[in-house]
Design a protein around this ligand. Structure first.
Ligand SMILES: [Zn+2]
Length: 104
């Protein structure tokens, strides 16, 4: 008797393996950024404040290329509140994102 049966062992079922679910950052709905309410808010913010706010604070004048949520949506920030938005340049936005990533 050499074959060992282990009926109590669950059979491996590869088809049950969890598929890698694409997780957007912190679960923020990326579609939000494609929708009109955000786009028009973003446009009006860039229009009234075309320079990067962060750079301006450092006495530099850099054209803003994007509008950033001061308090990220995933942390409960209001997505469509102009007071929660700031124009940033690419560089400042990248820096801010890196900062946020570090702090979790
Ligand atoms: Zn900047």
């Amino acid at each position: 008797m050499k074959s060992i049966r282990r009926p109590w062992m669950p059979e491996p079922k590869p088809k049950n393996a969890r598929r890698g679910t694409p997780v957007s950052q912190g679960g923020v709905d990326l579609k939000f950024y494609r929708r009109k309410p955000w786009r028009s808010l973003r446009a009006s913010i860039l229009q009234s404040e075309p320079l990067c706010r962060e750079c301006k604070g450092n006495k530099r004048l850099t054209p803003a290329t994007m509008v950033d949520h001061i308090k990220p949506i995933r942390l409960g920030g209001a997505p469509l509140d102009a007071d929660n938005c700031q124009p940033l340049c690419d560089r400042c936005h990248a820096k801010k994102s890196a900062r946020e990533a570090k702090h979790g």
